[in-house]
Design a protein around this ligand. Sequence first.
Ligand SMILES: [Mn+2]
Length: 158
Amino acid sequence: MPTPSMEDYIEQIYILINEKGYARVSDIAEALSVHPSSVTKMVQKLDKDEYLVYEKYRGLSLTTKGNKIGKRLVFRHDLLEQILRLIGVKEENIYDDVEGIEHHLSWDAIDRIGDLVQFFEEDPNRIEALKEIHNRNEDEVVDAVEVKDEVEESQGPA
Ligand SMILES: [Mn+2]
């Protein structure tokens, strides 16, 4: 399997090719917030490892192997976004959280998370039951903060 950073590149190249029809070094650099020279270096490595074919003036295309892995990486990213959204993680945290964890899970864990998404989707009552727990715990956090504020108020300024 490719290393985590190779995975980021393959994932991004797959997305660009599927959305725009091509992936330019400058687009990849922008999407990953890296310098174009880093992209060129990685693209050469990915070419050597047969994930893609890179021709300096003609652009870049994924091999069958690269395309297959790209597809799995995008599936994995989307699945992780799905489970975080399902369990009520705040929208503003979802993308960065997925970027942070996706490379560190085994495919075994990914498949079991897939089961979990299915578990919730097969019965909306399960999602509701989880939401109830979520709300109860959030209320407790609010209560705890209020108690803390009251205690601090009664103690006066520090
Ligand atoms: Mn990702």
